[in-house]
Design a protein around this ligand. Structure first.
Ligand code: HEM
Length: 450
């Protein structure tokens, strides 16, 4: 039985309905921050046709994502992603989601992931050899595009083992264009009919078809051969068998999971890396401490899996960067039935935005929250922290399946880049956060490479 709600949710109103909506649309995390400052950690946003409850209250978050998660599905904005991702894990719901998660989970066990470590190292080595061309140049480079490129390569190499068949397209560019189209449909739904007239929808469809062709051709090739000695996610997913029913994934399910993993995995990691360079180049003392740790431990040799544990400060730096700039800045849900969370009412059909940004900078849980201080993530201080206030990978059963993959990949790339290069921020280039599906630097981040 649903408990009686005892608290009312303040309506976040500053200038007027349309002006406020515009402020939210222009810079959602900044608008959410201002609302929290004035109205507290839980408030209603007026989206004209709908209102959404925004929260960074840990009790409400735990209730929605964990305790009563069955009462919530992904929100409308998420559901638009289905256009590209189909019924992959991120979008799937209910029994079907649970069956898929059960099938995919073993591929992401820590032990299995460790088998992908060497692939990650080799891909990063290739990237570094190419990146060498930027050293000493007088013009700065866009480190955000570079991080997107390396994260895309790592994702594709670990997903498909470097074997791609069919069309020779730039997958990163093709998928990025498709994502932009979907974000446009989420933000400006009234423009959708125009997209069918001006050809944008057709282009989107063509992009997806070309991506699908590569995936289906690659799946076909892999099905035809013995993959017992191959170590990539596709082979693990192809072999995966439901323990109860013995069922395996069909080609469409595999396609949906592969594109989901690629999309969910590479841009988030690339943004975490970009923000890490931004923060490090602005904090020379912390940057120096990291360089000392990495260079004294690794010298010029190839990192091993054991080095990830031997370099705790590199991990703390990455965790702190994801606190200040969480790549997944919000998670949206829709209530299936009336509910109550920590005294707040949530009505059937109501939207709930979990503001990871607000939570990660809440002064009740983070001392001096605006400060970049990787020591917050030392084992002692981590132990003292209120549970559930650091949630870059979400919480509950829908928590990121790739969190260990991402932590391994990001830490490795930071270590290897620090081993080889020094960066200096190009301060003439503006750094503006932009919250699309992920929180990214709108114009990229530019650095000089030494
Ligand atoms: C820094 C990197 C990453 C961040 C910050 C991140 C964040 C998240 C978050 C917050 C969710 C939960 C969304 C929700 O509950 O609404 C999620 C789900 C997911 N992530 Fe990640 N992710 C990252 C990297 C990855 C990687 C590398 C992969 C795959 C290799 C991946 C695959 C997925 C999938 C498949 C889901 C859906 C899980 C489900 O609903 O069962 N992510 N991610």
């Amino acid at each position: 039985m649903v408990k009686i709600a005892t608290k009312s949710i303040p309506k976040a109103r500053f200038k007027g309905r349309f002006a406020d909506l515009n402020a939210f649309r222009t810079d959602p995390p900044e608008h959410m921050r201002k609302c929290k400052e004035k109205f507290g950690d839980t408030f209603h946003l007026d989206l004209i046709f709908q209102k959404a409850m925004v929260t960074s209250n840990p009790e409400v978050i735990r209730h929605v994502l964990q305790t009563n998660n069955k009462n919530y599905i992904k929100d409308l904005a998420y559901r638009k992603l289905k256009l590209a991702l189909g019924n992959g894990l991120l979008m799937n719901e209910g029994e079907s989601w649970m069956a898929q998660r059960r099938l995919a989970q073993p591929a992401f066990y820590k032990k299995r992931l460790e088998g992908l470590f060497d692939t990650m190292v080799e891909t990063t080595e290739r990237f570094i050899a190419d990146f060498e061309q930027h050293r000493g140049n007088t013009s700065s480079i866009n480190i955000t595009s570079e991080m997107n490129a390396v994260a895309s390569d790592v994702a594709l190499d670990t997903l498909l083992g470097g074997n791609r068949y069919g069309d020779n397209i730039d997958i990163q560019e093709t998928i990025s264009r498709a994502q932009k189209y979907i974000v446009g449909r989420i933000r400006y739904p009234w423009k959708t009919p125009m997209a069918y007239i001006n050809g944008r929808h057709r282009r989107f469809q063509n992009d997806l078809n070309r991506f699908d062709k590569i995936i289906f051709d690659t799946i076909d090739q892999h099905r035809k051969r013995d993959m017992s000695d191959e170590n990539h996610l596709l082979s693990m997913l192809l072999e995966a068998r439901d323990e109860d029913t013995g069922e395996q994934m069909n080609n469409q399910q595999l396609r949906d999971e592969l594109i989901t993993i690629y999309v969910a995995g590479h841009e988030t990691s690339a943004n975490a890396l970009s923000w890490t360079w931004y923060l490090l180049t602005q904090h020379p003392d912390i940057y120096q401490r990291l360089k000392d740790e990495v260079r004294s431990t690794l010298g010029n040799r190839r990192p091993t899996l054991a080095d990830l544990r031997a370099l705790p400060f590199a991990r703390q730096v990455m965790e702190e960067a994801m606190r200040l700039y969480p790549p997944a800045w919000t998670m949206g849900r829709e209530a299936l039935n009336d509910d109550e969370a920590d005294g707040y009412p949530i009505s059937k059909g109501g939207m709930v935005f979990i503001s990871i940004c607000n939570m990660h900078r809440d002064e009740r849980y983070w001392e001096n929250p605006e400060k970049f201080d990787p020591d917050r993530f030392s084992p002692e201080r981590t132990k003292e922290r209120h549970r559930g206030v650091y949630i870059p990978f979400g919480l509950g059963p829908r928590m990121c399946i790739g969190n260990n993959f991402a932590l391994m990949e990001i830490q490795l790339i930071i270590m290897m880049m620090v081993q080889h290069f020094d960066f200096e921020l190009d301060t003439a280039h503006p750094v503006v956060p932009e919250a699309l599906i992920t929180l990214r630097p709108k114009h990229g981040i530019k650095v000089f490479v030494k």
